[in-house]
Design a protein around this ligand. Sequence first.
Ligand code: TYD
Length: 208
Amino acid sequence: MTGLFVTLEGGDAVGKTTQAEALEAWLTALGRRVVRTREPGGTGLGGGIRDLVLHRPEAITPRAEALLYAADRAEHIATVVRPALARGDVVLQDRYLDSSVAYQGAGRVLDADEVRRLSLWAADGLLPDVTVLLDLDPAVGRARRADRERFDRLEAEHDDFHARVRDAYLALADAEPHRIVVVDAALPPDEVQQRIRAVLQPWVGTTA
Ligand code: TYD
């Protein structure tokens, strides 16, 4: 059995965690071994980087931020993702290089192609088989987050930042329609789940 690399992308509070949990249960019931992981923070080193990029009060310059995400990615892909794929597992990953292109490229206004090349260099060229983009109006995402007490550094960015991130994601999906599938995250969570399963179904070789 060959491994399958699936990434979930989208703005903040689009419901990636809920969807990943339900997907893991479905794939496991189908007999697949699933490694559910995330960036930043999928390794020991990554846990420290996650803390640095998200929870420290001092500002980080855009290039330093991009390099920290890339360092997290390099360690994670080499030590967690590639070994899992080599074993034939399904890797279900919350965020990957498209996050860097959208957040550091469009959000922080670095050059998107350079950010993408940096990520691909960090990951030694690994692209997902399938990327599910959970698309949501940032205003709806903000309302979903309203009852949370603490925002991380990127969540706390202004509306214009999140609008640019969304537009960048949609442009990525337009540019790579064979890899990136857009699912409307404003739909009820069960419906979102059914749509994602329908996308993955040909890859896992069974009916959704
Ligand atoms: P995450 O913990 O997945 O938050 P959320 O639950 O909102 O998805 O991601 C943390 C933040 O890191 C998120 O705001 C997006 C940001 N991020 C980047 O800016 N660049 C990246 O390459 C990655 C992986 C995440």
